[in-house]
Design a protein around this ligand. Structure first.
Ligand SMILES: Cc1cc2nc3c(=O)[nH]c(=O)nc-3n(C[C@H](O)[C@H](O)[C@H](O)COP(=O)(O)O)c2cc1C
Length: 165
């Protein structure tokens, strides 16, 4: 939170409302833990470094999926296409088996690649930093591929949208 003589000038609702004006793509971060696929929808994904190749994402410390991904020590970033709003909703939920209705195959590092994604990025967890009520996870990229040439799913002001180029 920024410093201000009288403290923050906003509440959490305003923080969410203003930050919601920054559009993001939608990814699903997946892993396999104890033979079981796990995944969570993540908008806080970003490219971090080219050399070495590193990406980052920020899971909430309250997430039940993140400790399982951390235990796996590696993960796969699935970049959702514009027709995968339903996939995003499943992986943003707390469903017991998020993969029940999802087609997927194993990536090179063994993590799930979800059918129909635009691209995937296989990573080892290179570091975990403190980010307030979230963690900042740095992933060392060891494989990546474009799977489909389509438009991305976009999240903006609390809703899903599409963009045309
Ligand atoms: C578009 C979108 C982006 C999201 N981005 C994040 C994120 O960056 N970090 C996060 O912790 N949760 C994010 N969430 C919420 C998580 O997907 C959700 O809280 C989580 O999957 C809940 O399940 P879990 O407890 O099994 O992790 C996002 C949800 C949506 C719909």
């Amino acid at each position: 939170m920024s410093e201000h003589p009288d403290g923050p000038t906003f509440d959490s609702a305003k923080y969410r409302q203003v930050l919601g004006h920054f559009p993001t793509g939608v990814t699903v971060i997946t892993a396999i833990t104890d033979g079981t696929p796990v995944g969570m929808a993540i908008g806080s994904f970003a490219s971090l470094s080219l050399d070495p190749a590193q990406v980052l994402f920020c899971p909430a410390k309250t997430s039940s999926s993140w400790p399982k991904i951390q235990a796996a020590g590696k993960f796969c970033v699935n970049i959702l296409s514009e027709d995968q709003e339903d996939v995003s909703r499943v992986f943003a939920s707390k469903a017991d088996d998020k993969f029940a209705e999802i087609g997927w195959r194993r990536s090179g590092n063994g993590s799930p690649i979800i059918d129909g994604v635009l691209a995937y990025i296989d990573c080892d967890i290179a570091g975990v930093l403190d980010g307030g009520d979230h963690d900042i996870v740095v992933g060392a990229v060891n494989d990546l591929e474009v799977r489909h040439e389509g438009g991305p799913l976009v999240f903006f002001r609390g809703g899903y949208g599409r963009v045309t180029f």
